[in-house]
Structure formats: structure tokens, C-alpha cells
Design a protein around this ligand. Structure first.
Ligand SMILES: N[C@@H](CCC(=O)N[C@@H](CS)C(=O)NCC(=O)O)C(=O)O
Length: 205
């Protein structure tokens, strides 16, 4: 099995974080240089089918992309610590918060960075308006997540799940666009400190 990642990129970092939480080390890792266009080569496209990382190549040649799908597959092989839920109800609640983290935080924050950071002009036709609108969309979501974290140590309850990994990596990436969690959402700030202190936070950066 071989995983294609790219250092500092947020979606590959999700996979690196999950591998670290689960203590998986027996997997070949390839670093794809997005700025050199490694992911747009004919060889990469022929293998992976899309100019994106992360990608996971299985021993039978099948390739899985989409970071959360890859993480879910890795959880099937390495069930502990559990990040996607055990019972039907728990799995659905974790999926709900992971999707909320993706749509209400990760997507707008990643677009904020892509459309504003000079380094990412190589990958994106940048628009200041896109950056502003996405920053505002992320800001509008903060209180919602803060309320959840006022009552729960983690996004989907009392333990770390995929939802936390998706949300934290988005916030951390958004620092490139000078986006900081404000003092007006103290529970989010406290949660982010706890996430940053996890050893797995160092993976993929
Ligand atoms: N939905 C995909 C998104 C993958 C994605 O956008 N990856 C970025 C890196 S974070 C990428 O490969 N970008 C290449 C480009 O923009 O040319 C996932 O979750 O894996």
C-alpha cells in the first residue's frame, strides 16, 4: 500500500494525522510536490485519475482518493483508536459533525487561503472577493461550533473523532491567511489548544 501526500497541504494532512493517531507506520509514503506540478503529470493522472492529493494505492492496484474516504478505509484496517464511530447512532453523529466541519469550516477556510495567499497563486486563479466571502462564511460558523464545544470536549462528543481532525486542520491552514479563532469563541480556542498539543498534530506538516 502506498499513500501520496504533500507536506503542509491540508487534505493530505488529514490522512497523515489519522495514521499517526493509529500508530500506523508500515505504509509507503510518497511526497507529491504540488508547486512543481507532480500531480498534473500524465503518470500521476493515469494512476490516480484526478489531479489531487491525498491518494491511496492498494496492493491490488485500486486507488482511493478523497481524504475522508481514505481515512475511513484506514480505520477498517486499523480500528483503534476509533475515529468514525462504533454504533449506528454514533457513526451517524460523527458523520454529521464531520460534514459540518467540512462544509462550514474547511471548505471556506481552504478557499480563503487559496484565493489570498501569494504562494497559492500557482494553483488558483485568485479572486479577492472569493477570499473575503469565504472568510466571512467561516466567521459566521464560529459561534455554532463554539456552542457545541461548550457542552462537549470534542466536536462529536467526549472523544476525538474525524470531525475534530477536519476542523482543526482547516483552522491551522487558515493561519496562512491570518485567520485566527477569536476570543469571542473561547470554547473553540480551548479545543484548538488541546488539538495542537496532540502528538499527531506534527504529522504531515
Ligand atoms: N476533496 C478532496 C480535496 C483534495 C484537494 O483539494 N487536495 C489539494 C491539496 S489540499 C490538491 O491536491 N490540490 C491540487 C491543486 O489545487 O492543483 C479530499 O478531501 O481529498
Amino acid at each position: 500500500m502506498k499513500v501520496f501526500l504533500s507536506r503542509r497541504a491540508p487534505n493530505p494532512r488529514r490522512v497523515a494525522w489519522v495514521l499517526a493517531e493509529k500508530g500506523v507506520t508500515d505504509i509507503e509514503m510518497a511526497d507529491v510536490d504540488l508547486f512543481k506540478g507532480d500531480h498534473r503529470t500524465e503518470a500521476f493522472l493515469a494512476k490516480v485519475g484526478i489531479a489531487n492529493v491525498p491518494a491511496l494505492e492498494l496492493d491490488n492496484g485500486a486507488v482511493i482518493t478523497e481524504s475522508v474516504a481514505i481515512c475511513r478505509y484506514l480505520e477498517s484496517l486499523h480500528p483503534e483508536p476509533n475515529l468514525f464511530g462504533r454504533t449506528a447512532e454514533e457513526t451517524a453523529i460523527i458523520e454529521m459533525w464531520t460534514r459540518r466541519a467540512e462544509m462550514m469550516l474547511a471548505t471556506p477556510l481552504m478557499l480563503t487561503v487559496r484565493h489570498s495567499h501569494p504562494a497559492l497563486a500557482a494553483l488558483e486563479q485568485q479572486s479577492a472577493e472569493m477570499a473575503d466571502r469565504n472568510r466571512q462564511a467561516a466567521e459566521r460558523s464560529l459561534k455554532f461550533f463554539d456552542r457545541q464545544l461548550a457542552a462537549n470536549a470534542f466536536m462529536a462528543g467526549d472523544r476525538l473523532t474525524m470531525a475534530d481532525i477536519v476542523a482543526f486542520i482547516a483552522f491551522d491552514f487558515a493561519r496562512m491567511a491570518r485567520f485566527a479563532i477569536p476570543e469571542t469563541t473561547p470554547h473553540l480556542l480551548h479545543w484548538a489548544d488541546a488539538m495542537r498539543a496532540r502528538p499527531a498534530a506534527a504529522a504531515g506538516v
